[in-house]
Every structure is written in structure tokens, then in C-alpha cells.
Write a protein that binds this ligand. Structure first.
Ligand code: ADP
Length: 450
């Protein structure tokens, strides 16, 4: 087992990784920017090292500084968390080349899955259905784009192959808009992701976003932990997630889950991973794979009792999985609310000092957050400040508990999405589970109009 791990991240996820390490008897090394010296992950870690200035580029994305810190602290492994360098294949390779273990899959798997075109081709070959689209990058000047688009069928979605965070997508309703959309998307993709490659796929009108969590060791053992429904999104970013999905049956879960686990095994993939699908009219279509732990992992933990980060660390040491698919049971219902430091109606970021902090408690309530009274949220990073995760024996009990937990939650000094989550938890469609990926935007538009 590792003796010491460097956590190459910040905020709630750095704390979450620290907690798993401490429960495994592993010492932790926090890294931080100059803006984060009094952050909770720094306070709790056994050691901490400042790796650069306040912007992510100077610190959390600063590969040489992170590797120097790892060398200085004498760690065995580096956990990249989510965002930042977690899906950067170059970093994963550098970590290995410096004789540290990268807690994640191989650089090669990260590279392939980081390109949506290659990822779709790779999983399609393994029998996973994908969203129909072009199997290669397309350019606006290219002859034949109109025929390709016609074959896919309008509306078309132009997507950046290297895109992420819901950015780099353009909906095209009719042929006369196609060339322009490809030009804009390609320029945006180059500016944001350093990769101008774009492709086209069918734009599904009212799907749900359903994803399958997998866990694989280095010995060919793979399990799936069922699905998460992440359809409640704004600008393609998840706001509320739940497991199981209110829309799919136990038979569908096991059918898709087993197929995905089988594909993972045949790929030779190792670690945790998530296959993301759109689900419409009874059919699943793969859109992309995330080769890291995800923000919404706690809801799968709540319904399976498995500590995913602990397992991720265990398999990274080369230990075999301690259980099989038959040992995994799905119990009850879990919901996660992403609480961002943002205005609940305008979504404008709201950094600043927390003047009072009181998280909810009681049975089956989990708060993953690095906040404390007196802490100042810096303006430089992602606005996610807390994840409220609740469990109930069924969805109704879970919603009841969520409403009372949201009532208890006090975060003063900054604006947060708590009022939005309260409105969602009381909403009739949400109570019925009757929503798709467009639902939240429509709900917000109605609210703004009234
Ligand atoms: P990113 O890597 O930026 O998160 P994804 O490919 O995972 O991009 O897509 C993010 C979200 O965008 C999806 O959850 C869905 O809401 C929407 N989306 C993606 N592809 C399609 C599509 N073909 N049709 C309709 N919506 C889509």
C-alpha cells in the first residue's frame, strides 16, 4: 500500500481524497496556490506545498511545480482529482516517467477517451451504441459536409473532439447554418482546448443524461455500479444528480451495465471510469467517457456502500478488487445537489467571505465541502463549494430528507444555489422524476418571465 499521496487538486474533492487516504492510513500532501494557503485541504493534510500563484495555470495546472512537489515530499503516488490535470494524458505520462504512480488509467486510455471521435469509435467497436455522427473530424471547407449532415439528419450538433465542461457545442437547425457553425466551433475549440478538430452528430431533442460507473483492477476484474441520472443541467453542466434514474428499470440497468463492464474489460482499462449516454425513446447512445472520478460519485457510493476513492487507490497499487458484480447490491435512492457560489437566478459567480456556516446533519445526510466560517472563496476557480448528498429508502423518502436538509443549510456571506435546489425539491415534475436535459433551462426561463 502507498505510504504517501500527493493530492493535485483543491476544494471539496481534495478534501474527499484526503479523507479516503486517512481512513486507509496513507499520509497526504496537499498542494496549493498562493490564494489557497488557508484552504481546508491544506489545513488537514499532513504536509502542504505552495506550487504557484493564484491562477490555475500558475499552480494547479503547473506540471513541473507539481512534480517537484511530489519529489520533494517523497510521495508514492499522485491523485489528480477532477478537472485540472485529471484528464491530461501528458501529465499522466510525466507522473509515471518520474516513477510515481498516477491514480487513474494509462496515459493512452486518457488520450483516446479524451478525443470524443476516437472514444466513440473505440466503444462502438466493442458493441456499445453511440450517437450517430461523423466518424472523423470535418472542416467547413470540405466537400460533402452537406451530404454527411443530411444523412445524420437535422438538427445537427457540431462538437469539439477535445471539448469538455459543456463548452464547444453548436446546434445547427438547417443546412444554410452549417458552414458557419463549423467555422465558429472550430475556432472556439482551438482557443479553448488547443485542438481545432470538430465533428457532427445527431442532436437529440429530449433525452435524459444517464451514465454508468465502472471500476476495474489490473487483473481484468471489472464491475459496474449502476447508473446516475444527470439530466438536470444548465448550459450542459450538471446541477442535480440522482441514482438510480427514475426513468430506467432494473433490467435495463443490468443490461447496459454489463455491456459497459464487458467493454471496459476488453479495452484493458484500469481504475474508475464513467460511460456517458443520452437516453431517448428507450434507446441509449454513448456520447463520451470520463477517465477519472466524477463530481457526482457520492450518489453511487450511497446506494452501493462502496467507497469509490478508496477502491480507486487500492486498484492503483495493483491489488485485485475485493468483490464481484454479484456482491454489489443497489439499495435505496440518493440525490446530490451541487451548491455553487452563484446567484440562484442569474448564476453570476459570488466569491467572498463566509460569515456563517452551518451544514445540515442527521441520518443519511452527507456534505462534501471544504467551507468553514471565516473562509474566503477566491474568485479564481470553479464555483462549486459544496455537494449536499442525501439517501432515502426510496425516492420519496430521499426527497423529503433533501427538503429538510436544504432547510437546515446555512451559508451566509455569499449567494448560493440553495434557493434553486429548494425550488427544485418542491417542484411537481421533479417529484415525479419527469424531466429531461432541457427541463431545467425551461424551468429557469419560466421563472425569469414571472
Ligand atoms: P462535455 O465533455 O463538454 O461535458 P458531453 O459530450 O459530455 O460534453 O455533453 C454534455 C451535455 O451536452 C450532455 O449531457 C447533453 O446535455 C448535451 N449533449 C451532448 N451531446 C448531445 C447530443 N448529441 N444531442 C443533444 N444533447 C447533447
Amino acid at each position: 500500500m502507498f505510504k504517501k499521496i500527493l493530492i493535485a487538486n483543491r476544494g471539496e474533492i481534495a478534501l474527499r481524497i484526503h479523507r479516503a487516504c486517512r481512513e486507509m492510513g496513507i499520509r497526504t500532501v496537499a498542494v496549493h496556490s498562493t490564494a489557497d494557503s488557508d484552504a481546508m485541504h491544506v489545513r488537514l493534510a499532513d504536509e502542504s506545498i505552495c506550487v504557484g500563484g493564484p491562477t490555475s495555470r500558475e499552480s494547479y495546472l503547473n506540471m513541473p511545480a507539481l512534480l517537484s512537489a511530489a519529489t520533494l515530499a517523497g510521495v508514492d503516488a499522485i491523485h489528480p482529482g477532477v478537472g485540472f490535470l485529471s484528464e491530461n494524458s501528458e501529465f499522466a505520462q510525466m507522473v509515471v516517467d518520474h516513477d510515481f504512480v498516477f491514480i487513474g488509467p494509462s496515459a493512452e486510455h486518457i488520450r483516446i477517451m479524451g478525443d470524443k471521435i476516437l472514444a466513440k469509435a473505440a466503444v462502438e467497436e466493442l458493441g456499445i451504441p453511440v450517437v450517430p455522427g461523423t466518424p472523423r473530424p470535418v472542416s467547413p471547407q470540405e466537400e460533402g459536409i452537406f451530404d454527411m449532415a443530411k444523412e445524420i439528419g437535422y438538427p445537427i450538433l457540431v462538437k469539439a473532439a477535445g471539448g469538455g465542461g459543456g463548452k464547444g457545442m453548436q446546434v445547427v437547425q438547417a443546412p444554410e447554418m452549417l458552414e458557419n457553425a463549423l467555422t465558429i466551433a472550430s475556432a472556439e475549440a482551438k482557443a479553448n482546448f488547443g485542438n481545432e478538430s470538430v465533428f457532427m452528430e445527431r442532436y437529440l431533442k429530449q433525452p435524459r443524461h444517464i451514465e454508468i460507473q465502472v471500476l476495474a483492477d489490473h487483473h481484468g476484474n471489472v464491475v459496474h455500479l449502476g447508473e446516475r441520472d444527470c439530466s438536470i443541467q444548465r448550459r450542459h453542466q450538471k446541477i442535480w444528480e440522482e441514482a438510480p434514474s427514475p426513468a430506467i428499470s432494473a433490467a435495463q440497468r443490468m443490461e447496459l451495465g454489463n455491456r459497459v463492464a464487458d467493454a471496459t474489460r476488453r479495452m484493458g482499462y484500469q481504475g474508475v471510469g464513467t460511460f456517458e449516454f443520452l437516453y431517448e425513446n428507450g434507446e441509449f447512445f454513448f456520447i463520451e467517457m470520463n477517465t477519472r472520478i466524477q463530481v457526482e460519485h457520492p450518489i453511487s457510493e450511497m446506494i452501493t456502500g462502496i467507497d469509490l476513492i478508496r477502491e480507486q487507490i487500492r486498484v492503483a497499487t495493483g491489488e485485485p478488487l475485493g468483490f464481484t458484480q454479484d456482491d454489489i447490491t443497489f439499495n435505496g435512492h440518493a440525490i446530490e445537489c451541487r451548491i455553487n457560489a452563484e446567484h440562484p437566478a442569474t448564476f453570476l459567480p459570488s466569491p467572498g467571505k463566509i460569515t456563517a456556516y452551518h451544514p445540515p446533519g442527521g441520518p443519511n445526510v452527507r456534505v462534501d465541502s471544504a467551507l468553514y466560517t471565516g473562509y474566503s472563496i477566491p474568485p479564481y476557480y470553479d464555483s462549486l463549494i459544496s455537494k449536499l448528498v442525501v439517501w432515502g429508502r426510496d425516492r420519496d423518502e430521499c426527497l423529503m430528507r433533501l427538503r429538510r436538509a436544504l432547510e437546515e443549510y446555512v451559508i451566509s456571506g455569499v449567494e448560493t444555489l440553495i434557493p434553486l435546489h429548494q425550488a427544485l425539491a418542491h417542484n411537481e415534475d421533479m417529484q415525479k422524476g419527469a424531466y429531461d436535459i432541457r427541463w431545467l433551462e425551461e424551468f429557469l426561463a419560466k421563472q425569469n418571465a414571472s
